[in-house]
Design a protein around this ligand. Sequence first.
Ligand code: AGP
Length: 616
Amino acid sequence: MCGIIGYVGPRPSQDILLAGLSRLEYRGYDSAGIAVIDGDGGLGMRKRAGKLAVLRDDLASTPLADGTTGIGHTRWATHGGPTDANAHPHLADDDKLAVIHNGIIENFAELKSELVGEGVTFRSETDTEVAAAMIGREYARTGDLVSAFRAVVSRLEGAYTLLAMHEDHPGLVVGARRNSPLVIGLGEGENFLGSDVAAFVEHTRKALAIGQDEIVAITPGGVEVTDFSGAPVEVEAFEVTWDASAAEKGGWSSFMAKEVSEEPEAVANTIRGRIHEGRVEIPELDGMDEFLADIDRILVIACGTAAYAGMVGKYALETWTRVPVDVELAHEFRYRDPVLSPRTLVVSISQSGETMDTLMAVKYARSRGAKTLSICNTQGATIPRESDAIVYTHAGPEVAVASTKAFVAQITALYLLALHVGRVRGAIDPVVAVEAVTELEAVPGKIARVLETEQTRIEQLAHWMADTRSVLFLGRNVGYPIALEGALKLKELAYIHAEGFAAGELKHGPIALIEPGQPVFVVVPSPRGSGEMHKKVVSNIEEIRARGARVIAIAEEGDVAVLPAADEVLRIPLAAPMFEPLLAVVPLHIFAMGLAEAKGLDVDQPRNLAKSVTVE
Ligand code: AGP
């Protein structure tokens, strides 16, 4: 869960490295460092605990000699706390070699004792310094950085992306990856390496994806990619579809505020190109009709917010495809010996495409014979590349750790998938399909309306509730995962206790939590149609109000039955029940962001978290 960047070219590298790290900071931000081979051929390095700004200030007051070859790192601590000594880069070979790392080397302890036995001393507690010492030891034997990498990586177990450079070789940065992300940026007379394209997108949108167990050597004029045995490999080229400005705040107070405002276009862009004359046709699934017609089970795997999107998607998938659907947390799925078959479709959901829990679950599912489909927001990411099929969401770069626009885009992609598969299987009534498409195409405008009409009021509510110590969330049917999502957002942004429940579960225990003044958000189903669930949820509100709860209801425009029951009513536009989650979640995103702001917390980089959890 760290951000890494490498640069070789004609330009001074420090500013390029620092700017790249600032765009990667969401991947981890407890310490940062850079190393540069300067004009005199010496290797200089600076690293500091704390956010990137601490390193910047340090370099401003005590400059490092600049040079045109450099590597940089922003860290999310795994082995060893966030200290100057544990920050990356780590040096070896008499401080002439610098190494940075993203991931976990699981066998570092035995390797470290081997090196200590040879008299190597260590200055940090990290697994990365062990890798650096091993590369330094090999390099001292051969003088060749690539072959040194090759000799070392085959001994490392776990997940890692390593970058290194040696002062004997200005103009060369070498990298290797296993179960951790690394992409190449192709410039004019310059080249880049990065954890993801945000590292270099301001300089080039031409990128190459590096595959599993591969080593890359970049120089200003070239890129060489080989596998761990040394054989050259073909790499997949792709074009980054968003520009650097899209990754900037664009005047918003936070990336999260910007990204919540982009929720309408995240839905619209995910739909784009996949509906033709009222029919859903996902181009990426061309040629899969026969397989999709034959599946007898869908298993959705994901973590956190992505898992809640999967829980919403389950209702649409079962309703429109008539295929049984289960949703599981990826880290649980892999360890329960699940029953899978070639007719099982395993759908992974991941914004980053690098979540290790989800990646390992996808690999496990494939090893057990299931077909895998990745719903992902990051082109060239590892999970899509390890899957049989990909349906990209097009939410654009999501920088804030709290996932918002990607969440609504994930639900959109799941609905498109359900309508596509339902059509292929002949399981959905064409009239129902057309109605669903019409509803889906109306969602962006309806989300925009929630933002226009309710955002200010919700932010005020959040400021009034700034001292709240605990909030509960209730929802039913498709609203239940939204209650879970609302609770997660509050936990990760405002650091307070928050819990989501199925409203029907209330009387089976959770109602004991209700005491006078307890704030409870309730996602209220539409009273239109059967209305049975609406009545039950209004009863739930009355039950908790009778015990002193302070109820904030999220209900559709015109729902008057909820008025006497709730203390506050936040309105969402009318929509068919299946589409309400896409609207009801927006006030909860706004509220969590507002409460974090009211508490003066870092909305984009909450404590202890990172945007992409690339360790299990
Ligand atoms: C969401 O707000 C959280 N940051 C977290 O739960 C996240 O959704 C989860 O870690 C999955 O990440 P992914 O979508 O990149 O796989």
